[in-house]
Design a binder for this molecule. Structure first.
Ligand SMILES: [Zn+2]
Ligand SMILES: [Zn+2]
Length: 469
């Protein structure tokens, strides 16, 4: 814990500024904060933030959605699903009657447009939007962090614009100041100190947008392929307006999670682990095949690892082949397997892949990709594990964290402990700051600058930087 500076010159300066923070006051706040941290009500208040960071944002979201499902199925119908399907139908009808819809012959009687809409357009739209919206939110802070002049430029531009002249100046000033302070707090939580290449070079940034845009297109086509495969089964035997039974999505979700991690972890591990270090796969496959697999996966995966620092929007910055092999295939195979098995066993009405579960799964998978690449710890997201993976990507001895769930990394001893320790320390610091704020509120003694900066990221940059790579 950093103690306030108390040199005579600094104390005099503070006194001249009229801030009544003396060493004694600062210590009082520290002591009271320690007591507050032990209070039961304080621990309860801190629980949501700590729970989300510990469990993961995606899992917390899934738990929340499952609670809604449970309430809707067991206590009373909430009606959110009915309104979603009604809204979707309205959009489908409006779209089919546009020139684009007619040109694509979506109104053709030979085409089951309802099926195509709900099995392809809706899930592709939901997952694509999740990717785009989350990465834009991350980018808003990234851009202003590396190009601070942009924020000032937009401030002046807004002031001079036609709309800006109608907005009271006080309100505009408040908004930009509020954004700047939020932005400062956010960027203080950057995991790595190094910059992302794309933010220094606009050409590299455009290249990222191009590649990600193309991969989004591939993903949309991929969802169509998945739907065509699912249509070979009795996937449409579900009445879409009836939600799945409450116990089905958690079990299916776990199975899909496991399958996803299996098909993501192994090629990813092989890509990063040279045969020379005698990893497991070289003992399973003949030497030539092992070498061939490593070279193929490594080459496909190289593009994604062009930079070590992460950037949310660059989550799907990878070759089209990698997008199919590492991102789409592992996520699609689970829903396909459960549906095919349920169909074969004749239990598709309960255990088959329900569309609502599929929508949530694909959306969360896209969201998780971006969240793993934001490069920032926030109150609801900790991408430390994947950041560390990027940091040591092709360092043959130290490359770690190849999976998403952590199970296979645990199984093969490829999980790293540094980000976990970081998270723990960071969380403790956030708790400390909350306690200090509360102490200051109770005593009326303002916090020192050092005390307000307590949540600054634990600086492991020396450990995180491997100069040999
Ligand atoms: Zn990555
Ligand atoms: Zn990798």
């Amino acid at each position: 814990m950093s103690q306030p500076k108390t040199s005579p010159a600094a104390a005099e300066e503070v006194a001249q500024l009229g801030e009544p923070v003396s060493r004694q006051d600062a210590t009082t706040n520290e002591e009271i904060a320690t007591l507050i941290e032990q209070e039961f009500s304080f621990k309860v208040k801190r629980l949501p933030e700590n729970f989300i960071i510990r469990v993961g944002f995606e899992n917390s979201l899934l738990f929340f959605l499952w609670s809604l499902l449970f309430i809707s199925n067991s206590i009373r119908r909430l009606g959110f699903w009915d309104s979603f399907t009604n809204l979707s139908t309205q959009y489908r009808e409006a779209f089919t009657s546009t020139n684009v819809g007619r040109a694509a012959r979506l109104d053709s009687p030979s085409l089951d447009k309802y099926s195509l809409w709900r099995g392809w357009v809706v899930p592709a739209f939901l997952a694509g939007s999740a990717y785009i919206i989350t990465s834009l939110i991350c980018l808003s802070h990234e851009l202003y962090h590396w190009k601070p002049e942009l924020l000032e430029y937009y401030f002046q531009l807004t002031k001079k614009s036609r709309i800006g002249r109608f907005i009271p100046q006080v309100l505009l000033n408040w908004f930009f100041q509020h954004y700047a302070s939020k932005h400062r707090e956010h960027t203080a939580n950057r995991i790595q100190r190094r910059k992302h290449l794309a933010l220094e070079d606009s050409k590299a940034f455009l290249k990222i947008l191009q590649v990600v845009g193309f991969n989004l297109f591939i993903s949309v086509v991929g969802v169509l392929v998945l739907w065509v495969c699912l249509l070979q089964t009795k996937v449409e035997s579900h009445d879409i307006s009836i939600l799945p039974k409450s116990y089905v999505p958690p079990i299916q979700g776990l199975v899909w999670y496991f399958i996803n991690d299996f098909f993501y972890f192994y090629p990813h591990w092989i890509a990063h682990t040279a045969p020379g270090t005698k990893p497991l796969y070289t003992r399973i496959f003949p030497q030539r095949i092992a070498r061939g697999l490593h070279n193929h996966f490594k080459e496909s995966h190289r593009m994604h690892h062009k930079t070590k620092a992460n950037l949310g929007i660059a989550a799907w910055y990878c070759s089209p082949w990698e997008q199919i092999m590492f991102n789409l295939f592992p996520a699609f195979i689970g829903p396909l397997v459960t549906q095919v098995l349920a169909d074969a066993a004749g239990v598709e009405k309960v255990w088959g892949t329900h569309l609502v579960t599929l929508y949530v799964w694909l959306t969360v998978a896209a969201l998780a990709s971006v969240l793993a690449h934001t490069g920032y710890r926030s109150t609801w997201n900790d991408p430390g594990k994947h950041d560390f993976h990027h940091e040591r990507a092709f360092d043959p001895k130290n490359a770690t964290n190849f999976g998403t769930l952590g199970f296979f990394d645990w199984l093969h001893g490829t999980a790293s402990t540094v980000p976990l320790a970081d998270t723990k320390e960071w969380r403790a610091q956030r708790d400390r700051q909350a306690a200090l704020y509360e102490a200051s509120r109770r005593t009326g003694i303002p916090l020192t600058k050092e005390q307000t900066e307590v949540i600054q990221q634990p600086d492991h940059s020396a450990e995180w930087t491997n100069k040999n790579v």
